[in-house]
Design a protein around this ligand. Structure first.
Ligand SMILES: *[C@@H]1O[C@H](CO)[C@@H](O)[C@H](O)[C@H]1NC(C)=O
Ligand SMILES: *[C@@H]1O[C@H](CO)[C@@H](O)[C@H](O)[C@H]1NC(C)=O
Ligand SMILES: *[C@@H]1O[C@H](CO)[C@@H](O)[C@H](O)[C@H]1NC(C)=O
Ligand SMILES: *[C@@H]1O[C@H](CO)[C@@H](O)[C@H](O)[C@H]1NC(C)=O
Ligand SMILES: *[C@@H]1O[C@H](CO)[C@@H](O)[C@H](O)[C@H]1NC(C)=O
Length: 639
């Protein structure tokens, strides 16, 4: 019932602009050429000499054409509709365009396809077409050409595997009892030891105070799962069988809770900031804080994050291109491989979120932004050590963090929030200016990180003063309201185009400044309530012991999942039907596959590399106190 009222309001509020078609009935819709079409793939490439190409083309018309006008006007509603003058086709050139090939055997494939498709569209729709991208072809004559890079990566992977085998055998055979520690280096690779770490109960942490942050496990795992589910919607948008159905889903605000999940990432920023300041204060109890911690902290973090990241990057740049084939393979996977070869090194120094138009592991913009903010946070907290100076610096930076995105939005005339429109996804986000300028940068996400840092300081302070939550228990209802508020806030960016076509730029700027901090504040509230046991429902869910293990592998899951989303999409040879059942099947399936691979990946790569980096750093620090090691141990990678 609520939904009906909502739709009614929506209808009244929509200000229609001239020349935009908002809806078409099915009869009219089907007059337009289908958005996506793939000819059968297998039979084509199995034929001797068969060539199958995919291409994007642009519809044009020289004279006035009623159909072309309709297509253009319908596509103008870019927030909900695909661009119907930009079609995607998979063509078996050696069959469908046989006539064009035989005319001129030495002809360029580009010209052949252009002529062939142009004639087809002319016959059916009286429209002309131009190819708008390069032609991506799969033919089996393309042998696997393995280069030195591939061999090097294969050798490295094999070496890691061997080390794991040796380490595990060593552990089994020569380290019989618990007391003897064995060779430290070899033990890093013991699968048995790493497995024990993986399934350790969360309450085994060193400091009882840290246990109050146990709910981070739930928060982190749930957020990661939401992120993976959102990303796995990719095939429904770039290869929808029934694009009309897809566009209709965009008119339903309920779906936007799933589609517009961009704000969820703020959870990670808050947790990351909180862990940084909280752990640093625990550390400060035992030892002094001075500027030397800045380079040390940065290096430590780099060594902890980079090896497992680099292995995924290396596989992406090399062997991934042989991992599958299909009409969509080149556009879904091939492009990423190419971009990683060109820009991959930027990922390893965590600057890739300041480079646009690279599709190399695009999800890692977050890891880069988090690294940049971590460095900023570390500098602030080590240089401003007194409480008052920290308060001043953090407040100033928070206000700056509100203003920066607003200025970007205002000056560059961007969207209020990231509009995850179908066209945006088709381009894998790279062509979106809002994504470019406000969404993925480090400096535009600073507000939530500052919130996190302040939260860490607050929790520490309250714990120290033995804060009692009793008199706040009456606010439970407000606390429980956080979840519904979050569900409203998630699609709030789309309210702009649901209700009104041209919201004022001021409004958009204000929204882009405050939306993320508001979401971050809600997360802060949830964490505070959890840390001080305000109630037992949300806390019970988030502190469930079962979250501990998946939370440990969340970094692996995060860096790996897009690989599977892309390969699963790229190895499709047919279009996909858009329906709730398929969406559920596909999103859950992707989550499961990601986790199935992330577990072994954590055991074989991430855990050994983290242990190794700890050994390296403990060699450097001479008078390493036990406390320091413990603090470091408790600091988990915020994925
Ligand atoms: C679709 O709309 C057109 C034009 O508005 C109309 O002529 C046609 O009857 C409609 N078809 C259906 C099935 O409603
Ligand atoms: C749709 O795509 C065509 C071809 O790329 C482009 O010229 C046109 O501006 C696009 N339309 C909209 C509304 O973005
Ligand atoms: C065949 O194509 C080539 C290159 O596109 C062109 O130079 C040549 O003139 C064409 N020959 C015929 C017979 O069309
Ligand atoms: C496309 O087809 C039309 C009509 O047959 C023709 O006039 C035009 O030259 C063709 N364009 C190309 C690029 O082949
Ligand atoms: C942002 O995206 C646009 C669209 O592709 C691109 O042209 C531009 O170079 C990107 N970067 C900046 C800084 O605008």
């Amino acid at each position: 019932m609520n939904i009906n009222i909502f739709l009614l309001i929506t209808l009244f509020l929509i200000q229609r602009s001239h020349g935009v078609i908002y809806e078409l009935n099915d009869t009219e819709y089907d007059k337009m050429p289908p958005m996506f079409h793939l000819e059968p793939y297998g039979p084509c490439v199995h034929e001797p000499g068969g060539v199958y190409c995919t291409v994007e083309l642009k519809l044009v018309s020289d004279g006035p054409s009623e159909l072309m006008t309709m297509i253009e006007e319908y596509s103008l509603r870019r927030e909900m509709h695909l661009n119907h003058s930009r079609l995607h086709r998979g063509v078996c050139v050696t069959r469908t365009c046989k006539d064009y090939l035989s005319q001129n055997t030495s002809a360029d494939i580009h010209l052949v396809l252009e002529g062939c498709l142009n004639d087809t569209f002319w016959k059916q729709y009286k429209l002309k077409s131009k190819l708008s991208t390069e032609v991506l072809c799969n033919d089996l004559d393309n042998k696997m050409d393995i280069d030195y890079g591939d061999i090097a990566v294969a050798v490295i992977c094999l070496a890691i595997l061997m080390l794991n085998i040796i380490g595990s055998l060593y552990d089994f055979m020569f380290v019989p009892n618990k007391e003897s520690k064995g060779n430290k280096l070899l033990m890093c690779f013991s699968i048995r030891r790493n497995w024990k770490k993986l399934v350790a109960r969360p309450a085994d942490g060193p400091d009882p105070r840290l246990r109050r942050l146990k709910g981070f496990n739930g928060l982190r795992t749930i957020s990661i799962i939401i992120v993976i589910m959102e990303h796995s919607l990719l095939p429904f948008i770039i290869s929808a069988n029934d694009s009309h159905e897809l566009e209709r889903k965009y008119y339903n605000i309920i779906y936007h809770i799933l589609i517009d999940g961009a704000l969820v990432v703020q959870t990670f920023f808050v947790m990351s900031g909180c862990l940084l300041s909280y752990n640093l204060q625990l550390y400060a109890e035992k030892r002094d804080i001075n500027w030397t911690m800045i380079p040390k902290g940065i290096l430590q973090r780099w060594f902890r994050l980079t090896p497992s990241y680099a292995v995924v990057l290396a596989i992406t740049t090399t062997w991934l291109r042989f991992a599958g084939s299909g009409p969509l393979w080149q556009s879904a996977v091939g492009v990423e491989v190419k971009d990683c070869r060109r820009d991959g090194w930027l990922n390893l120094i965590y600057l890739n979120n300041y480079i646009d138009e690279s599709q190399c592991m695009p999800q890692t913009w977050y890891i880069a932004a988090d690294m940049q903010l971590y460095i900023a946070g570390l500098i602030i907290l080590t240089l401003a050590t007194s409480v008052i100076s920290r308060k001043i610096v953090l407040s100033v930076l928070f206000v700056v963090g509100l203003i920066i995105p607003a200025c970007h939005t205002y000056i560059q005339n961007l969207d209020a929030g990231l509009i995850i429109s179908p066209e945006l996804v088709r381009d894998y986000f790279v062509k979106d200016r809002t994504f470019n300028h406000t969404y993925k940068r480090g400096h535009t996400n600073i507000a939530s990180y500052i919130l996190g840092i302040s939260l860490g300081m607050l929790i520490y302070y309250l714990q120290k003063n033995e804060f009692s939550v009793e008199k706040y228990k009456k606010f439970k209802l407000i606390y429980w309201a956080t979840l519904p508020v979050m569900l409203i806030l998630l699609p709030s960016g789309s309210f702009f185009y649901f209700f009104q076509n041209n919201p004022s730029l001021y409004l958009k700027a204000i929204y882009s400044g405050v939306a993320r901090p508001i979401f971050g504040s809600i997360i802060v509230l949830i964490i505070l309530g959890m840390a001080f046991k305000l109630e037992n429902v949300y806390r019970g869910i988030l502190e469930w012991n079962g979250w501990a293990t998946p939370a440990r592998i969340s970094y692996s899951a995060y860096i790996l999942h897009v690989l599977f989303v892309r390969s699963l999409t790229g190895s499709r040879t047919t279009l996909i039907h858009v329906s709730v059942a398929y969406v559920v099947l596909f999103t859950l399936g992707t989550v499961i596959i990601t986790y199935l691979v992330s577990y072994p990946y954590w055991l074989l790569v991430e855990a050994p590399s983290v242990s190794l980096s700890k050994i390296i750093f403990s060699l450097g620090a001479k008078e390493k106190s036990k406390a320091e090691a413990e603090v470091r141990k408790s600091e988990r990678i915020p994925a």
